[in-house]
Design a protein around this ligand. Structure first.
Ligand SMILES: [Zn+2]
Length: 208
């Protein structure tokens, strides 16, 4: 919309339209949320009011929301040059994502990706499998955040064999558990605490 509007304005102003200028590359801003609470009690929480203001701004500026697996194709599509999109991600399966964020996401027609570690589901402060299933069936994208949410970095005394077995559980078993639960392929992974090392990449590639 913006380019057409801009072209009309340029035409009205009598300036030549320079078609040789290429559009800038498309941009996806990835937002990483954890808790949506009326009274935030930690530094990774925001209020429902602030979250709603962010959704309103995306709507006002006609910025579409994408699930994480949609990002590569959206960026590669030449029709999206010069455009912006947002990817709203929620880590850890916290209950406030279900109770506070999801109603707002639905109100504004926004899509989201949840990075879930299956070991945490149903524990204190987290949503239950039933609540997660409800969101998944409604179209919320579910991706993997490890199994236990422990660091995936190799321990100083961890043997090759122990590390391989732990990664199989944290990356492979967790992914398959989520796929079995949602019936959809899991193709994105968020590292707990953002901590990762080179050894993880071939493992993740092999798992798909
Ligand atoms: Zn996390």
């Amino acid at each position: 919309m913006l380019p057409i509007f801009t072209m009309v304005l340029l035409a009205l102003n009598g300036h030549p339209i320079d078609r040789s200028q290429p559009q800038p590359p498309p941009i996806v801003s990835v937002f990483c949320y954890h808790h949506v609470q009326p009274r935030p009690d930690n530094y990774i929480a925001l209020t429902p009011r602030l979250f709603e203001a962010q959704l309103q701004r995306l709507q006002r500026e006609h910025i579409p929301t994408l699930a994480a697996p949609e990002i590569p194709a959206w960026l590669a599509n030449p029709r999206n040059r010069g455009k912006r999109a947002a990817c709203l991600t929620f880590d850890d399966g916290n209950i406030t994502i279900r109770t506070r964020a999801w109603p707002l996401l639905r109100r504004y027609g926004a899509t989201a990706t949840l990075f879930i570690h299956p070991g945490g589901i149903g524990t204190k402060g987290k949503m239950t499998w039933a609540q997660l299933g409800e969101m998944a069936r409604a179209g919320v994208d579910i991706q993997c955040h490890g199994m236990t949410h422990e660091s995936l970095l190799r321990g100083p005394r961890e043997t090759d064999r122990a590390f391989a077995a732990r990664m199989e559980r944290e990356l492979g078993v967790a992914k398959r558990r989520l796929e079995h639960f949602t019936g959809r392929t899991v193709t994105a992974f968020a590292f707990p605490f953002g901590w990762h090392e080179a050894a993880h990449l071939p493992l993740l590639r092999r798992l798909g």
